[in-house]
Design a protein around this ligand. Structure first.
Ligand code: 13P
Length: 212
């Protein structure tokens, strides 16, 4: 895809997420990796009203090259790209069901959500919890970068979720699947729910290996 097509794709995907309640106010940010750095949504911008030519262009080190002032989370996005060389896009959302789970006590930081459904296993797999840091904190970027070495998706305590994938369409699909699984978890967690067995999870991992 050309840079212009990627800019248009960010605007379209963000608007679709906004219209369906995955992002409200000016929460969340999206980035796409380019040969010469990455494009990221501007700080304090609404996913419903982005403009392709105003997206922020950063070089690989994170220096601002063009467009509006970048998201304060640019440093977290850079950490994901540095940890995962195949990552082509990063999506960070404050989606309500993920946010609710991220505010619960007693979570297992190594694996927040159980394998309730095949698509959670296929699109997300194990979901670790990153401890709370304020948005944009370099320590958040360091914690995410460390976790990203062995996972492409994580929950951020009291903050939301972040996922990366090979391209933006795949990253949005993964983010939506994660939000749906969080919603499902909140529905069943006070009931005697079952989960996929180890061998059922292993079969999915074998037949549908992660793309990055
Ligand atoms: P920005 O407006 O700086 O992108 O921050 C929004 C956000 O989601 C912080 O976590």
């Amino acid at each position: 895809m050309t840079e212009q097509e990627l800019r248009n794709q960010i605007v379209q995907q963000a608007r679709s997420l906004f219209m369906r309640g995955y992002s409200s106010g000016s929460a969340g940010n999206i980035s796409v990796r380019l040969d010469n750095g990455f494009l990221i949504t501007p700080t304090n911008s609404s996913f419903g009203r982005l403009e392709p030519e105003r997206l922020s262009l950063l070089d690989p080190q994170g220096r601002h090259r063009d467009g509006d002032k970048p998201s304060k989370e640019w440093v977290v996005h850079r950490a994901m790209y540095r940890a995962r060389s195949l990552a082509g896009a990063v999506v960070h959302l404050h989606a309500p069901n993920c946010m609710a789970v991220a505010c619960l006590g007693g979570l297992d930081p190594e694996s927040v959500l159980p394998p309730l459904t095949p698509y959670f296993v296929m699109r997300i797999g194990r979901l670790p919890l990153v401890p709370y840091f304020r948005p944009g904190d370099p320590d958040l970027a360091e914690a995410v970068g460390r976790r990203a070495i062995d996972t492409h998706a994580m929950l951020l305590a009291h903050h939301g979720m972040i996922v990366c994938e090979r391209d933006l369409a795949a990253a949005v699909n993964a983010a939506e699947e994660l939000e749906e699984t969080a919603r499902l978890f909140l529905m069943v967690r006070d009931r005697p729910y079952g989960q996929l067995t180890r061998s059922q999870v292993a079969e999915l991992e074998r037949l549908f290996p992660k793309s990055i």
